[in-house]
Design a binder for this molecule. Structure first.
Ligand SMILES: Nc1ncnc2c1ncn2[C@@H]1O[C@H](COP(=O)(O)OP(=O)(O)OP(=O)(O)O)[C@@H](O)[C@H]1O
Length: 261
């Protein structure tokens, strides 16, 4: 992680991004001048107390929300000023999303869900790629089931496969393990880690869980709409300690189950 004045390859660059919701006395400054470079091929966790602006940061970085001021770049592409059609194309082609609630389409099979981003992007269904992704995320035998027939961990693995189908530059994950038990969560976090280590993709993940954050290369700590700290090569214990100093919910702070690095 570097400040945006340096110039290594950045998968995502936020420059003086601010996001205010509402107007007048009721206005909420969700982000106040956030500047950060997220390096290509890195795994970054975003943490901070509830309401500190984590999801807003993720949504602005992913082109799902438009900053009130400042600029967002994905690789060489400046998002600021793009119209909604161009943003939609960019999101469909170059960005993958994983959400806490999986967001799979209940009426479609797992295979159809995984292939959906290709169809939405007007691309040919690539059966071999769907098969290989189902294999990669460990649910090769579940492709013909509907989402309701999957466990939470399997559903999130399917959601990760769907996020990867277009081979996106960046995968954005908002609390991807928030609804999972410890073992399923570890499986999903290993998958995200492998996206970075094996496929050189970039992962940006919002989490409340210090153990989840310990899978990342670096943790950005937000408070009151600003980045107030960054931990490199984080352990769960260090993250929990730093988070509780900020007044955040320590999550699984008692156990240092993170990867020792
Ligand atoms: N669409 C919106 N309209 C008005 N206010 C919003 C909107 N979205 C977020 N906010 C406000 O912006 C602030 C930051 O919200 P955000 O969801 O980014 O925080 P967060 O750190 O992700 O919180 P949590 O951990 O509770 O999910 C909060 O005060 C929130 O109420």
């Amino acid at each position: 992680m570097t400040t945006s004045t340096d110039a290594p390859a950045a998968a995502v660059r936020l420059s003086e991004v601010a996001r205010t919701y509402g107007r007048g006395p009721a206005a909420v400054q969700a982000l106040r001048t956030v500047s950060v470079d997220i390096p290509d091929g890195s795994f970054t966790a975003v943490m901070g107390p509830s309401g500190s602006g984590k999801s807003t940061l993720l949504q602005c970085a992913a082109g799902l929300d438009t900053p009130t001021s400042g600029s967002v770049r994905l690789g060489d592409t400046e998002l600021t000023g793009m119209d909604e059609n161009a943003l939609t194309r960019l999101r469909r082609g170059r960005v993958g999303f994983v959400f806490q609630a999986y967001n799979l389409v209940p009426s479609l099979t797992v295979r159809q869900n995984v292939g959906l981003p290709l169809r939405l992007a007007g691309r040919r269904e690539d059966r071999a790629r769907i098969d290989s992704l189902l294999e990669k995320v460990g649910i090769a035998g579940k492709g013909w089931l509907r989402p309701a027939q999957l466990s939470g961990g399997e559903a999130q693995r399917a959601a990760v496969a769907r996020a990867l189908i277009t081979a996106p530059d960046v995968v954005f994950a908002d609390e991807p393990t928030g609804a999972l038990d410890t073992v399923s969560a570890a499986g999903v976090l290993e998958l995200l880690r492998r996206c970075v280590d094996d496929a050189h993709q970039t992962v940006v993940m919002v989490t409340h869980d210090p153990v989840a954050a310990s899978y990342a290369d670096a943790v950005l700590l937000l408070a009151d709409g600003m980045i107030v700290d960054e931990l490199v090569a984080p352990t769960a214990a260090r993250v929990a300690e730093r988070l509780s100093a900020l007044g955040g919910r320590p999550g699984t702070a008692g156990r240092d189950g993170g990867r020792s690095r």
